[in-house]
Design a protein around this ligand. Sequence first.
Ligand SMILES: [Fe+2]
Ligand SMILES: [Fe+2]
Length: 289
Amino acid sequence: MRIIITSDLHYNVARSRGPTEAIAREICSTGGDVLLFVGDSASTDLSVLDQVLGLFESFKGVKLLVAGNHELWTIGGADSLAKYEREVAESCRRNGVHYLDESPIRLGDIGFVGNVGWYDFSFRPAAMRIPLRFYRHKVAPGAAACFEKHRHLLAEDADVPPAAREVTSRWMDGERVRLPMGDVEFTQALACKLRRHLEEIEAQVERIIVGLHHLPFAELVPRTIIPNWAFAGGFLGSELFGETLLEFPKISHVFCGHSHREMTCRKGHLFCKSIGSTYRAKQYEVLDM
Ligand SMILES: [Fe+2]
Ligand SMILES: [Fe+2]
């Protein structure tokens, strides 16, 4: 079975359009039995998800998708959870794509399981000593000082070291994602769903391939000395997913996206890879099993 995995096509972004069209042509002409998209294929406007999936119409194999955080982006305070659970699912159905966030799938003796994943700040760079409340509001101390609505985070600022005040980045999910629960709770719900889907399928298959948009292991978080980028590490994933995956010995491979950096790690019986598509250069992985 030939499995092709790609990620972060971001077809809504102008500089991603040409590279996405090129990689779609390449993947369709290479061909395979399974094509797995691991998130951030489109963003706020899901008609773009229809467009990007349309580029892969001639791919003959089974197509699978997990959502990315960008597919949960909304404008005007719309509900990201409804988008995640209904609208992305509807786009997948329209385009003949199986939505793994909804249910796992068995193909021969291989099971495919996955979902968007999320973050609970467990990968935040502790050495920066940025208090947790800034991660919860998705804004670093230097940026909080610039926005009226975030200035309350600095009202009692004795716990904010001088270097942390120089960090000025924001995580834009804070502006674009509206969930009816906190990020920690959402992460826990998604980790529970991952476990449930793994339990559903494990007795029926020999091996399991997992797709997650966010990263399940700290080893996949890119190292950087640039403080504004290091702050972003808090939003790249959660150790909760890694702990869940390690409990299922039939999982052989885990593929993720989100970091836009190609990295691999081995954890126990698992081989994990972040695909590493950037906005300008799209990547895919071919796995023959
Ligand atoms: Fe992305
Ligand atoms: Fe992402």
